[in-house]
Design a protein around this ligand. Structure first.
Ligand code: ACM
Length: 503
């Protein structure tokens, strides 16, 4: 505890984990202490002081080296909400400024410190991604033109906090994906896993195999309209994500979940006959032809184009539910494809079944089971237990959207586990973080996505970001309740869980 934080921080730390604190009052300038206890995900430490900083027509934003992008982003948000000009200027000695400072590269990635007094606001981080995280905190505590005085010191528990969007079962446009990114980053999610191909649709133009997109992308579940991203559109999504410090991990699922590819190119089939396009919701019936050379030519082309388009270190190669591939073929296939990914300079992420093969050094297994069985052999594990973290599961028996094969997941279930101790066989150091997948067999619109993601996505985000010591349902339900006015203002279609004392 840095002593210069003083008693206010100490009090906030004590209250952060307590269940008895009454914080369910409206956020007003007169009651600033509530805002600092309502930051979601809960920060490492936070405390309010008396007073606040008022944004007026003379207020500036100052951006030090490396801070310009975040300054532009913050200015856009605050100009919109306050109507003030908020010019971005070089650092100077004057007051009445919101100062963004990077430096001290020893600071852990994404860590930040926020200090608000009546004279100004200082946001300090080792790197721009920390400033960006701090800006998300600032957005939660600002109240009209007033930023209540106080301090926050913060850093993530896990480096990987992900969300997956299935754009294969139903297609979602660039604008819809970008809307989702903007919702995710408010809860400090830093990775977007895009499930780009499945039995029902192939969603990215591959120039060397164009029918994947033009034919294989023409369908969706229930015969709904298909679609695909041109390479320029995919790049634009990645760039949009990067401007918000989100890394995209694209997934091409294999050797199963490939009917759209098999339908597009007859030669990819063992019998040389293309199956029809598929718009149902069965899983596990399709497989690439593991013994044909053309399969690996195809994959080298696809993975090569995907690697060239994707700045992030990881490509996701699926590997789940390969029920139409023998186990011996599966192992040989996954090992060979890992080599192809490596040859294109990327690392592999895959669903945890890859542990049955020989994961390369650096391969990350994404656990999606429900029984705590540990995926041995991978260098790292991302946790997406289907009965806790799957956003497409229904909340209860009468939820109109979603599925229920893994569980019914109310908010308290989604929040009620510890990623650090979830897998008994895996040391906490092997856990890279958490991811909340959103499968879209039953979801067609942004409103559908939001209904399933909110409020469970913020729960998973908090498990990924916040210290285990802050993990407390009674405090969390109040933090979550305080988000609802923001969601209404942003037009987010959330599920009003009866477990939460909504504002
Ligand atoms: C999965 O849900 N098949 C990863």
């Amino acid at each position: 505890m840095p002593s210069r934080f003083g008693r206010a921080v100490l009090a906030a730390l004590v209250t952060a984990g307590a269940s008895t604190v009454a914080v369910a009052e409206p956020i007003t300038a007169a009651a600033p202490s509530t805002a600092y206890t309502e930051i979601l995900p809960a920060p490492v430490s936070a405390g309010a002081e008396r007073g606040g900083f008022t944004i007026d027509r003379h207020t500036t934003i100052t951006a030090g080296p490396g801070a310009q992008g975040v300054a532009d982003y913050l200015a856009g948000i605050l100009r919109h909400s306050t109507g003030q000009p908020l010019p971005i200027v070089r650092p100077s000695r004057g007051g009445n400024t919101i100062s963004l400072i990077t430096g001290g590269s020893n600071a852990p990635s994404e860590s930040y410190r926020l200090d608000v007094s009546g004279r100004g606001v200082t946001l300090t981080a080792g790197r721009a991604n920390g400033l960006f995280a701090g800006v998300q905190t600032l957005r939660q505590i600002v109240n009209g033109h007033v930023i209540p005085a106080g301090h926050v010191a913060d850093a993530p528990r896990f480096a990987y906090r992900g969300a997956m969007l299935d754009v294969a079962r139903h297609f979602f446009t660039m604008a819809q994906v970008e809307r989702y990114i903007d919702q995710l980053v408010q809860y400090k999610i830093n990775t977007l896993h895009l499930h780009l191909a499945d039995d029902q649709g192939w969603r990215l133009m591959i120039n060397s195999w164009p029918r994947l997109a033009t034919y294989g992308g023409s369908t969706a579940v229930d015969g709904d309209p298909g679609g695909y991203y041109t390479q320029a559109q995919y790049r634009a999504i990645i760039q949009y994500a990067a401007s918000r410090y989100v890394t995209v991990i694209p997934e091409i699922d294999m050797p199963g979940h490939v009917n759209a590819a098999l339908a597009s190119y007859a030669e990819l089939n063992c019998d040389g006959v293309a199956p029809p396009l598929y718009t149902g919701t069965d899983v596990g019936f399709s497989s690439l032809c593991v013994h044909k050379d053309v399969t690996y030519t195809f994959l080298d082309d696809v993975i090569g184009e995907l690697a060239a388009l994707t700045p992030g270190a990881y490509l996701h190669i699926g590997g789940d539910e390969a029920h139409a591939t023998s186990q011996a073929d599966y192992i040989a296939f996954m090992n060979r494809v890992q080599g192809i990914v490596a040859a294109h300079g990327k690392r592999v992420q895959a669903w945890h079944q890859i542990a049955a093969a020989t994961p390369l050094a650096g391969t990350v297994a994404q656990y999606w089971g429900t029984t705590n069985d540990s995926p041995a052999g991978a260098s790292g594990v991302v946790l997406s237990p289907a009965n806790l973290a799957y956003l497409d599961m229904k909340y209860n028996g009468s939820t109109p959207l979603g599925q229920d094969w893994a569980a019914l997941i109310e908010v308290r279930d989604a929040y009620g586990w510890d990623p650090g101790t979830y897998l008994p066989g895996a040391p906490s150091s092997a856990i890279r973080g958490v991811e909340a997948p959103l499968w879209t067999e039953t979801l067609r619109t942004s409103a559908d996505l939001e209904y399933m993601a909110f409020p469970r996505l913020p729960a998973i985000a908090e498990l990924g970001w916040s210290p285990a010591s802050t993990h407390n349902w009674d405090a969390f339900e109040l933090r979550l309740a305080a988000q609802a006015p923001r969601w209404r203002a942003e037009g987010i279609n959330f599920y009003p869980s009866p477990q939460i004392p909504w504002r």
